[in-house]
Design a protein around this ligand. Sequence first.
Ligand SMILES: *Cc1c(COP(=O)(O)O)cnc(C)c1O
Length: 359
Amino acid sequence: MRVFNFSAGPAVLPETVLRQAAAEMLDWHGSGMSVMEMSHRGKEFIAIAAKAEADLRTLLAIPASYKVLFLQGGAIGENAIVPMNLLGGRTGIDFVNTGEWSKKSIKEAKKYAKVSVAASAEDRNFTYVPPQSTWKLDPGAAYVHVCTNETIGGVEYQWTPDTGDVPLVADMSSHILSRPIDVARYGVIYGGAQKNIGPAGLTIVIVRDDLLDRALPITPSAFHWKEQAEADSMLNTPPTYAIYIAGLVFEWLLQKGGVAAVERDNVAKAKLLYDYLDASGFYTNPVQPEDRSRMNVPFKLADEKLDDAFLKGAKERGMVQLKGHRSVGGMRASIYNAMPVEGVQALVAYMKDFERERG
Ligand SMILES: *Cc1c(COP(=O)(O)O)cnc(C)c1O
């Protein structure tokens, strides 16, 4: 029996995708092989990767002037790979610090660049997105870095920053494909796949063509965006099976009507949970309402001594991985694209029962 899996990542995948992958496991489309066994340079896998890229471009309406790269290293890897690729000729980077993942990006970038924090939400314990009017941007910066969905704190940008001529770089790991975005407003978008796309091991980078000639000479070839773009992300062996599964997820999203349709579902799912949290005197979410994440919903019980009982009862009802990140405690429900509305309904019903019995 499948559970409702609220993990922040690696996270739930659409059941239909898993079933299709299972059916194709031993023999992909008459090739007599699993996708895992294919040469990345063979015509079968090249077709799989090309279809995945084309579908991703359709889903996000990615302009032709952007490259799509399928790499390895994860978003933490990209935290170092981004500065190596964009610092050519410049020394400073502006960061907006909205929480744990911003802090990790800053830490990594400091190894390569002069880092300036243009705005920070630390003063209110990372419960909001600092409005752009408060950002102190340096017009000479190599780029401005934001994390548009803080997976741990549950804070999400509901607007797109405007950084003028300075490229905007966004870590979108935990909400990419959850809503339409205007790619043209960004210089670079990156994310690990294991939150809202597919298996761990695949990193997606969407980069504007004119930013491909800024890499530092020390940049490793496997992480050099221009070299990878010229090699169709096959300068080294790409994470082939993860690309295949991501491709199936892209097809699933297109069948659902694309990201605009998926966004409507995500808004409805998040509203169910937040409305209940706000009505309840027992559970609380600390994030400023207009900056709340639709994907990751942290919440606390009135008495943390009840946390273990809450998690145990949830498990008995087939709901798992609700424990909050160790740095903030409490609970966290990650409700990515692949979490059905029934999962959120079951969670809210359980929370009500728990509040009535133990609150
Ligand atoms: C999970 C996550 C990361 C880290 O991803 P790795 O694949 O572990 O490197 C970075 N940024 C955000 C926003 C995340 O959610």
